[in-house]
Design a protein. Sequence first.
Length: 564
Amino acid sequence: MARNVQKRLGDVLFENGIVTEKQISEALRKREKGEKIGEALIRFGYCSDSQIVDAMESSLGIKRVNLQLLYIDENVLKLLDEDFVTKAKIMPINIHGRRIVIATNDPLDFPTIENVRLRTGMNVETVLATKNDIETAIARYYGFSKTLKSLGIEVVEEKKSDEKFYEELLLADKDGDSNESPIIQLVNQILLTAVKTGASDIHIDPSDIEFKIRYRVDGILATERVLPKVILPKLISRIKVMSHMDITDTRKPQDGRIKTIIEGRPIDLRIATLPTVRGEKAVMRVLDLSRDHQGLERLGLNPEDEALFTKLINRPNGIVLVSGPTGSGKTTTLYASLDQLNEDHVNIITVEDPVEIELEGVNQVNVNPEIDFTFANALRSILRQDPNIIMVGEIRDTETAQIAVKASLTGHLVLSTIHTNSAVKTITRLIDMGIDAFLVASSLSGVVAQRLIRVVCSHCHKETTLSADEKDVFERNGIKAPTKIKRAVGCELCNNKGYKGRTAIFEILSVNEEIIRMVSNHAHEYEILEQAKKDGTKLLIEAGLLKVIAGATTLEEVMRINLD
């Protein structure tokens, strides 16, 4: 029977032109004891894991899922133990009545499917996933469960329809500081899950009797775990140890940093703790250094805006500012700009707090307020290093702004970020900081305001007509309303969110002679805005609506981030 199953799998791969009969025969002859035909074919390099799954999906019509984007209920994990799923290379993902859904890369492995049926007493439905995704999901979910059990934490059945909670058991920290300590395992699992889900931030939020572990994915916070508060002090202490903070001081905020390797990927974590009335809160910002952050083409600029932005940053002097709230992608835009400008004949120096991504060929400086090495002091020193281009992480105060203006007027290109809601408001903000209007006018080359918006899931969206109110949103912003727009639905591939990934929208203000005249004459912000629109500047709301028309996002998402 096993041989017949193997031949059927081989037939599927052969029919799809992935392997030859000779390769199948050789794999069958040389495979190791207990090794499946698919595993042997992959080991010999005749095909890839993804090719096998694609062939199965095409030939058998079985749905493919991305396990990294699914939320898997803890209850389904109890039905099959870790040893079995690891050996069988399957992952239980859901329960529908008397049917269990498992992910496998070999739905023709009937002995394993029958084994699942006997172990659970349930009918079995299969979906497709790559072997790598299955192994990652086993490590993520079973690893968390095993760690919580070692901490003495068990899930209690619901006692009320709207209430779930964990038993609190006092912990005997018998493992001390060894790598096998349950607390160390818990922290490692929290970080692993963040990396696997693509989270930008991890929040550890205390309440009266428990605390939440929440992840921000695509800009939206969602709770991953709720744990008993009894382990919170030890968890926070472990994070403090890793980030070189003072574990004895729980009464004041602290900042730290962790550089580590997770699943072979270099990860940089910026840690901030905050004492609250219910205990210490911690936030960890996750920066995956293995991701490709380079290139203006990856920012989401349309060709017209990319050409304008490239023109701004290629000027020999002046200030180019990127504005927006925290988490709007400003730093990514700055690094993409530096990568574009980084050439052997150019001296680029940055001053940051802290340096987030190390760039080859760029001189990067960390500020250190504890020794009075501030942005302003660092800039004074940098100006004596004969730079062509200066990047300032953020203009936070008048002194830094004044030195940046001085640098731009003496022949340097200055790139920086500032917290304002729109491009034109940046001009007002600089004047409010105490910079003379004529200096702002003569030094500022351009401002890029930006936001990050979620991309609608390509697998589950639906197209519908617009309501009268929705048509009005387009028309009052001078854009012809489309016939139909996409709506978010939600499926397993997008974790039932309706969105998958994010893209940026931009508002680019190029400071020309007319705007220079208006700023120098203290024109009102509204007048400058009207002139910018006449000059062709697309506002953020217009950029967002154009993304809706292009099918990249939904009108609801554009309205959610309040671009008006």
